[in-house]
Each structure stands twice: as C-alpha cells, then as structure tokens.
Design a binder for this molecule. Structure first.
Ligand code: NAD
Ligand code: TYD
Length: 348
C-alpha cells in the first residue's frame, strides 16, 4: 500500500505536539515527519511518548532556510503539509516584529515554494494553521465569521494574516490545493509558560505576582488543545479545498474572571486557604494595541464537517492544572535560564 508522507511543521511546539501525537497514533499508515527548528518554544520532551513509533520521524530544520527546505522536499517528496511552525507570542512580537515576519511570512512562503517545486502538489494539500487574531478586535458583541474582514492589530496578527494571504494566493495563482483554519486561544498540556494560563499556573505554584494587563476586562474564547488537534484532523481529512474554517470553544472569558477561577481551583489543588492565590493578582501596565475581545462563530465547521468541542471548560482546566502539577520537572526545565531573562524583560 502507498504510505502517505505527511509533513507537520512546528510539531515540537504546544499545539503541534498534540497534532503529531494524534496523527502518529491514529494513522499508522501515514509516515509523519515533524519538522521543527527547536526554538525556545520547541521541545522534544513534548513528544517522548511517540518518539519510538515506527511512523514518526523528526527533522530539525528552520523554515527560514529555503535551500534546506528544498533539499528536504526533494529527498522526501511529501504528499501533504500541515503548517504550524511559527513565532506565536503577541508580547514577543511587540518587542521583535522582524523575527515574526521572517518565520511566519517568509518561512511560510519558503514552504509553499518547496511544496510547489518538489512535490506532486496538485494531488496533496497545504493546510495552514492560523489564528482568529487576523480579524482584529470585536466590541462587546458580535462573532468572527469566516468572511469577517482581516484587520490585524499586533505584529503577530499581521504576520499570520500575511501568511494566510500568501497561502490563498498560491491557491489562486498556481492551483495549490489549500485549506486554512483560524482558531481561538488554546490551553492545555505542554503550553509554554509565556501564555496566560500556564504562566499564571506557574506563578501561583511559586507564589509570584499574577500580572494582569490593564484592568483585566479583555475577553478571549478558550479551546482545549486536544479539541483543536481533533479539529485539525477533521479539516485535514474532510475540508473542501480552498476553504477557511473558524474553530472555537463557545467559551468566552474576561481575563480577570478567568484568573479568579484559576486561583480558586489552584487553592484547592495546593491545599491553600480560599482567597490566598487571589492575593497575588497584580494589575500591570497594559499591552500596547491590546485587542478587546475575540469570539468565534464556529458553526461552519460544526455544520459542514461535524466537529465540535468535546470538553467543558471546567474539565479542561482541571485536566490542565493537574498536568502542570504532575509535570513540574517539565516546567522547571523551561523556566530556568533564558526564560528568566525574557520574564524580567517583559514584567520589569
Ligand atoms: P508554539 O510557539 O508553542 O510552537 C511553535 C513551534 O514552531 C515550536 O516548536 C518552534 O520550535 C517552531 N518554530 C518556530 N520557528 C520556526 C522556524 N523558523 N522553523 C521551524 N520551526 C519553527 O506555538 P503554538 O501555540 O503551538 O502555535 C502553533 C500554531 O498555531 C502557530 O502557527 C500559531 O499561530 C497557531 N495558533 C496558535 C494558537 C494558540 O492559542 N496557541 C491559536 C490559534 C492558532
Ligand atoms: P495570551 O495568552 O498572550 O494570548 P493572546 O494574546 O494571543 O490572546 O494572552 C491572553 C490574554 O491574557 C490577553 O488578553 C493578554 C492577557 N495577559 C495578561 O493579562 N497578562 C499576561 O501576563 C499575559 C501573558 C497575558
């Protein structure tokens, strides 16, 4: 039987590791290639449980290096690409927009070019994983739909919007079969402790201040990462070529309410008195250009492809907290060394 070679970029990162795990275990007939540069956000410890699988392969490479990519595509002749590799943190994009343009925009173009030049691309699929942040911000009401105009505000969002446009342009111009999905904020195991939920879990464990930006009245829609990975599986196998799908959790939280919920759950897990972790909440200088509210209309993927979130936020958050508490070594590996430099710079 002809085994399909699927390239997953960014597979050592947070969402990518869940996607790699799902594909390696669910599809023994696919050969999965995880291509990752192992930046600060990439960690092979995230994939310990699948690294011995016979259909799993790891390739260390940087998507900003076009000639390296071309060599790999020539060598392996990938059938399809699921592209997650990116610089992903908004605060870092405010400090260093250029690295976001390099990886997210140029890196994506490099991949598109290699796929076009060195694969039988018309028979395959280029699946680009993107974010709802490309749509900019909502006011108090309304939802992002697939036809909402792009209006990115942060350098991160601008770089992802640009890469979405390039993917679509390759579809129109060269007939490259593509699909794009735009997802809301993910949470769950293996998330780097720079994002809100793991950063705050780590700080609560260590009795450090919880830096809430501005007044905390910013709203995000949260989706459990395993549900996102399942959505990616569904889109990869069932989507109509050339379409976009919004993915979300129907689960909007104001940051301050989410932080209070997290504190009260952590008090129970850590046997602390009610209200103890809440004392760590500290309102700090706001993020520049902070988007007020993200919320997703995910009815298209639900209606057309039959995907919907499987977990309640309560059980997803419980699983997440339990995972971080059971994996303090994982957390400690990441929060030593360079992390401290980032932390001191960001929260000085
Ligand atoms: P992450 O930062 O945890 O992981 C990114 C991965 O990409 C890391 O393994 C890193 O080593 C790798 N990478 C970075 N630059 C690279 C390069 N130049 N070449 C090769 N590999 C490189 O990110 P994440 O949160 O897992 O996000 C994955 C994708 O999903 C991104 O494209 C992001 O825009 C998108 N997304 C994320 C969220 C979210 O809530 N985290 C929501 C929607 C969409
Ligand atoms: P984040 O996890 O960085 O995701 P994104 O910016 O992609 O939505 O942040 C989620 C929300 O939490 C966002 O409104 C910014 C806010 N936030 C804080 O208030 N303090 C923090 O230290 C961080 C990292 C985020």
């Amino acid at each position: 039987m002809n085994r399909k070679k699927i390239l997953i970029t960014g597979g050592a990162g947070f969402i990518g590791s869940h996607v790699v795990r799902l594909f390696v275990t669910s599809y023994p007939n696919y050969d999965i290639y995880n291509l990752d540069a192992l930046t600060y956000a990439g960690n092979l410890e995230n994939l310990k449980d699948v690294e011995q699988a016979s259909n799993y392969n790891f390739v260390k490479a940087d998507i900003t290096d076009a000639s390296d990519l071309n060599k790999l595509f020539k060598l392996y002749n990938f059938d399809s690409v699921i592209h997650l590799a990116a610089e992903s943190h908004v605060d870092r994009s405010i400090e260093d927009p250029l690295s976001f343009a390099k990886t997210n925009v140029l890196g994506t173009i490099n991949l598109l070019e290699s796929f076009k030049m060195y694969s039988d691309f018309k028979k395959g699929l280029f699946y680009h994983i993107s974010t709802d942040e490309v749509y900019g911000t909502l006011g108090e009401t309304g939802l992002f739909k697939e036809n909402t105009s792009y209006d990115p505000n942060s350098p991160y969002a601008a770089s992802k919007a640009s890469s979405d446009h390039f993917v679509r342009a390759y579809g129109e111009t060269y007939g490259l079969p593509f699909v794009i999905s735009n997802c809301s904020n993910n949470y769950g195991s293996f998330q780097f402790p720079e994002k809100l939920i793991p950063l705050f879990i780590n700080n609560i464990i260590n009795l450090k201040p919880l830096p809430v930006y501005g007044d905390g009245n910013y709203t995000r829609d949260w989706l459990f990462v395993v549900d996102h990975a399942k959505a990616i599986d569904t889109v990869f196998h069932k989507a109509k070529i050339g379409e976009t799908y919004n993915i979300g959790g129907h689960n909007e939280w104001k940051n301050i309410d989410l932080v209070k919920l997290l504190c009260s759950k952590m008090n129970k897990h850590l046997n602390r008195a009610a209200g103890e972790s809440e004392k760590l909440i500290t309102f700090v200088k706001d993020r520049p250009g902070h988007d007020l509210r993200y919320a997703i209309d995910a009815s298209k993927i639900e209606r057309e492809l039959g995907w919907k979130p499987s977990l309640t936020f309560d059980s997803g958050l419980e699983k997440t907290i339990a995972w971080y508490l059971e994996n303090e070594t994982w957390l400690n590996h990441l929060t030593s060394g360079k992390y401290q430099e980032y932390y001191d710079g960001q929260y000085k």
